[in-house]
Design a protein around this ligand. Structure first.
Ligand SMILES: *Cc1c(COP(=O)(O)O)cnc(C)c1O
Length: 427
């Protein structure tokens, strides 16, 4: 036996191979050398033969120069924050690719003059929601809330129910965010019980606005009372509503979920929402409302620091104007359609312990807490979970009762073949 370490192919020799030279042009030095060094390391450890180093390096090259990997969301959680929330619609992906180079984001091609940034996305949002006089788009809903508080309530008070002092995921605690802007929170009521009188007795000359926040990721049951928006709108101060999920209109599939249109119709002065939850678009924060207040917010000096980039604006406009985005499809697909897909997929996996089972999907990501949607999953032996996670694309399911479930409600039908291939590759 010869020592394999003596026969490790040299880096410069490997890099002259045509496959890796092409990869250098596409992915850059660092990425390609990382793959080469990992392959050499495997030769040194005796895990592969020296002659296999090149193929190993080529095999382990990433698809792009970014370390972010494409993931098939088979968790059954439609808006999964750790998996990048809403997957973009093909129309939105096309639009953002088209805008990726130079684009007329602040330029009027007809006249050659400067144009208002994001006018297309703004027009699309206003056309979709005639109740709004104006809309301003920022980086995310946290930014929308912070900019609103900063503009309208700095050194003044925001009245809010103790039942709505929410935390949404890692690092988003509403009270801390609001107080960081220099606005003071005036808490009223209790966790589970707040009345109109609580608001009335707290409102005074220091009040900038009443803030109503959708408790989007938990449910309080039992002895519960909250004050509805129509009642709050009768008070003498503006009401700002954080609806969270970004549903533009009421959805029959999620009857309890607040939406922007209803909030404006019920008298909200401003409504804030996320772009990448149930709206199904890119990460963004939307501030809808009357023209005067929206303009005031948009003109605040910090608005420049929270503004959206051209890729987001392109994807957002295309999400609104284009065909139904994947989030809406996932929400509305019938279980029978999911079962038909699952049966077809299982039939293509002979010899593999793949069963079709009932499942319960969720909205997730700050929306419709405790609502479950009847769903269908492919059930595989538990070890598939980790094997599928490290595949390409990665497929992320969940473990239930010692089985790996791949829930099809959150899988785009166009990804079914990829899932079949991934299961075969993991077998
Ligand atoms: C998700 C959520 C937020 C935070 O939105 P981001 O876009 O993640 O900043 C704020 N408020 C509510 C009610 C939410 O559901």
């Amino acid at each position: 036996m010869t020592d394999p370490r003596r026969h490790v192919p040299r880096t410069d020799a490997l890099l002259t191979a045509p496959q890796l030279r092409a990869a250098l042009d596409r992915l850059g030095q660092h990425t390609v050398k990382t793959a080469v060094h990992a392959a050499q390391q495997r030769v040194r450890r005796g895990e592969i033969a020296p002659g296999e180093a090149l193929a190993e390096a080529v095999r382990t090259l990433p698809d792009t120069a970014s370390s972010l990997r494409a993931v098939v969301n088979a968790t059954g959680i439609i808006v999964y924050t750790n998996l990048g929330r809403a997957p973009l619609a093909p129309a939105a992906i096309e639009a953002l690719v088209a805008a990726a180079g130079n684009t007329d984001v602040e330029f009027d091609l007809a006249t050659g003059a400067r144009a208002r940034r994001g006018h297309g996305a703004r027009a699309a949002l206003l056309a979709a929601l005639p109740e709004a006089e104006d809309v301003h788009v920022v980086n995310n809903n946290a930014a929308a809330l912070a900019l609103t508080a900063l503009t309208l309530a700095r050194d003044r008070e925001i009245v809010i129910s103790r039942g709505e002092l929410v935390a949404i995921g890692d690092g988003f605690r509403l009270p801390e965010l609001i107080e960081s802007t220099g606005a003071r929170l005036r808490e009223v009521g209790t966790t589970n019980h707040t009345t109109p009188e609580d608001y009335k007795s707290a409102i005074g000359p220091q009040t900038a606005f009443v803030l109503k926040v959708h408790p989007s990721n938990f449910l309080v049951t039992g002895f519960v009372r909250a004050v509805g928006l129509p009642t709050l709108a009768e008070l003498d101060v503006p009401v700002v509503v954080d609806v969270g999920s970004g549903l533009l209109r009421h959805s029959a599939a999620l009857p309890e979920e607040p939406d922007v249109q209803s909030a404006l119709r019920s008298g909200a002065a401003l409504v804030t929402a996320s772009g990448d939850k149930l709206l199904g678009g890119p990460q963004a924060g939307l501030i809808f409302g009357d023209a005067q207040r929206v303009q005031q917010v948009a003109r605040h000096p910090l608005a420049r620091a929270l503004r959206t980039d051209k890729l987001t604006l392109a994807a957002l406009e295309a999400t609104i104007r284009g065909p139904q985005p994947p989030v809406a499809r996932a929400l509305h697909t019938m279980p029978a359609a999911l079962r038909a897909r699952a049966d077809q997929m299982a039939a293509q996996l002979p010899g593999i312990d793949a069963a079709v089972v009932d499942s319960a999907a969720r909205v997730g990501g700050g929306g419709a807490p405790e609502v479950t949607l009847a769903s269908i999953a492919l059930s595989l032996p538990a070890p598939y979970a980790s094997a599928l996670r490290v595949g390409r694309p990665a497929v992320v399911g969940r473990i239930r009762d010692g089985r790996c479930l791949l829930d099809l409600r959150t899988v785009d039908p166009l990804q079914d073949q990829q899932v079949i291939d991934a299961i075969r590759a993991a077998t």
